[in-house]
Design a protein around this ligand. Sequence first.
Ligand code: ZN
Length: 470
Amino acid sequence: MSTHTEVNEWLEERQGRFIGMADQIWSNPELALAEYKACSLQSDDLAADGFTITSNIGDLPTAFMAEWSSGKAGPVIGFLGEYDALPGLSQHNQDVQDPIAVDGPGHGCGHNLLGTAALAAASVMKAWLEHSGTSATVRYYGCPAEETCEGKVFMARAGAFDDLDMAITWHPGSTNTVWAGSSLAVNNIKFRFRGRTAHAAANPETGRSALDAVELMNVGVNYLREHVIDAARLHYVITNGGGAPNVVPDDCEVWYFIRSPERHQVEELTERVRNIARGAALMTETTMEENFVSGAYNMLSNTVISEKMMAILDELGPIEFTDEERAYGKTIADAFPREIRATMLAMENLPKELIEQGLNGEVWPIRDADKVLPGSTDVSDVSWIVPTSQITTTTWALGIPGHSWAVTATGAMSIGHKGMLHAAKAMAMTGADFVLDPDLLQRAKDEFAESTKGRPYQCPIPAHVQPRKP
Ligand SMILES: [Zn+2]
């Protein structure tokens, strides 16, 4: 029996275990850094499967690594998983918007499927290594807090990915393809100003307003926008603007994301934003404190791995959806205005006519190879440490926005399950193929060495910064 057939059969046999796990994580949505249930569910599962567990990676209580080794020489293959949910995206397992808990968390990015498929790939690859007597080490990384770009970056700083030969991952989506695009590098920083309080009417002259500092900083940054590259993104929210208008606030905070296509551009832009913060403090006679939350690189996809994964997706063929599933997807898709869906399809380079469909199981060519997508992910940090690639499979309705109730709505039913198992198969087959073909692995490593030449990974998070408490 061929390796791919074996992997396929093992996955089918164990699918109940993986579907049960994904549904359990979906039913217990946990926010970034608080994924205690998902983390123990997954680490207990892999411990029972014969993997050795290392917990608390990078001082993150919900990060772990599971490893199984044939005990002989061979490459180390890593599968990256995530399990954090998003606030406000609670949704019943149905095709009409209705939260289980109003404003409650939900798996609106499909990470219950993401982590479980990566775990499934690791488990099935281990079964294949054992059965075939092939030499290699397989690892699953349980990575918390992807949504805040924290998990993998702290894990990277702790050296968790340094001895991998390659990393494989995926993201739930609305089509089956390899996503070979780049993403924006980011710094995530809070600026806190402290002044002197006073009665705002009786003795304002003795007060020094921390809110003035926040507002002047934002004005400064908004003027800076004219003098940055088009692809840069600067966004902020005021997380503490004081308590009442009649009290001069002495303690205020503004939270910034600073993004650009390349890491060095983010560093340079951050320095300019810092200067504006310093200037705002000087103008208002307040003090400024910078709290660096996290940062991430831009994504560096490996072409050798991407092309292999594309060939595997082609070989696997489309996901077969039933008429009932298509109707479910269509109801969800129709809940969104056609303009939004048209924009989403265009972003994914999909034909306009697909707007009439609610669900698409076909295989599409490699996507976005030369594009920078205006978002960030901490998978990028791994991609600058080892050759890395990722696929997407269909787990949600076509043309709907990510981070919405519509994603949660297909995450614990047959549509999500099918996409998840499909992704797990493709990832496990990829791992097996690279173990069986050392020359192919070497080509992936050569490409990585060439593209990172003279630009070694330097963790964006300064050494003194500790992970925040959830
Ligand atoms: Zn996501």
